[in-house]
Ligand binder design. Structure first.
Ligand code: UT7
Length: 317
């Protein structure tokens, strides 16, 4: 499809929560989290909403792209932890950056950014949209159960954004949903209805870690092979892979299955943990600003999470 990335940006809040500090809150240890997940510390918002963090990443992506907010024709955001059900996170970002275009959110959990990117790419291919802002922004610390050590040690807050426009650099994409709430879900709790009689789980991330783990390894491998096939290349031809930053062991196993060296995977989960839909654009932004990218590099992006969902796409730099 006919798009290119014009600029990227990312933002994480200042407050650092280390494994050692977390070990004073729940029964865990730096050793366990480092070995089983790979996270050393994560960023936690103390006063910013998902939209406020999203607006900061968006400003940086606009600056990198060299365009102004009023030139945007579309904003598509991804989040599972917006501070408001309405307005959408994207509508709040639109106001904060001073844009005037249509803005809406998609929700596909940790795969959300890649679903949003594909949606914006389709709008550009349809015509009528020259510049689009795509972002993932999460304040997951708001929806975690801070007494559940199997989930609260994994996640962090942050945001990442792309400005995209017409081009020829989106070589393939694949979106996958395997609907169901038994493995990973974020129920929003009972709500205010005096009429609803069903028992509902409380607001929190509910996750079967091992089931999610198996799904992730399988889907990363399958999705990356699929987009390579679409583009007529081999997975081993990818110069870089920007994966969802959920667990070092997931990435290591997928790399082994694919026969791709770990050096090709962009990793920052040790510093930020799993920031859900923000994880891929934050990692991509770090790669883009690292000076390591060469013109023509093939960069694969992949993600997985609630839905269950997974997604991948291939970009030529
Ligand atoms: O973006 C959303 C996608 N989510 C993911 O990708 C998550 C995928 N899953 C995972 O990353 C891993 O399954 C976890 C990190 C969540 C858990 O790791 P695990 O190796 O699957 O551990 P486990 O759930 O099998 O638990 C092993 C042991 C248990 O103790 P017992 O029953 O063996 O005595 C747990 O109670 O580890 C215990 N445990 C912990 N111990 C210390 C679980 N969490 C912790 C903890 N600290 N934080």
């Amino acid at each position: 499809m006919s798009i290119q990335i014009l600029g990227t940006g990312a933002y994480v809040p200042e407050r650092i929560l280390t494994n050692d500090e977390l070990s004073t809150m729940v029964e865990t240890s730096d050793e366990w989290i480092t070995q089983r997940v790979g996270v050393k510390e994560r960023r936690i918002s103390t006063c910013e909403s998902a939209a406020e963090m999203g607006a900061k990443a968006a400003q940086r992506a606009l600056e990198a792209a060299g365009i102004t907010a009023d030139q945007l024709d579309l904003i598509v955001g991804a989040t599972v932890s917006s501070d408001t059900g309405c307005p959408s996170m994207s509508a709040l970002v639109q106001e904060q950056i001073g844009a005037h275009c249509p803005a809406f959110d998609v929700n596909s959990a940790c795969s959300g950014f890649l679903f949003a990117l594909d949606t914006a790419a389709a709008f550009i291919a349809r015509g009528g949209v020259q510049y689009a802002l795509v972002l993932g922004a999460e304040r997951l610390s708001r929806i975690l159960d801070w007494t559940d050590r199997s989930t609260c040690v994994i996640f962090g807050d942050g945001s990442g954004a792309f400005v995209i426009g017409k081009g020829e650099n989106y070589l393939g994409s694949h979106l996958h949903t395997q609907g169901g709430d038994s493995v990973l879900s974020i129920p929003l709790g009972k709500g205010n209805s005096p009429f609803y009689e069903k028992e509902v789980e409380p607001l929190a991330v509910h996750m079967s870690g091992q089931e999610t783990f198996k799904f992730a390894v399988k889907q990363i491998s399958a999705d990356l092979k699929l987009i390579a096939e679409q583009a007529g290349v081999e997975v081993t031809d990818f110069d870089w892979i920007v994966p969802h930053q959920a667990n070092y062991r997931i990435i290591e196993l997928a790399a082994r299955r694919l026969g791709v060296p770990m050096e090709k995977f962009v990793l920052n989960l040790d510093r930020y943990g799993n920031t859900s839909s923000a994880s891929v654009p934050i990692s991509f932004d770090e790669l883009a600003r690292s000076g390591k990218l060469k013109k023509g590099d093939l960069i694969a992006l992949c993600a997985f999470g609630g839905g269950l969902s997974s997604a991948a796409c291939l970009i030529r730099w």
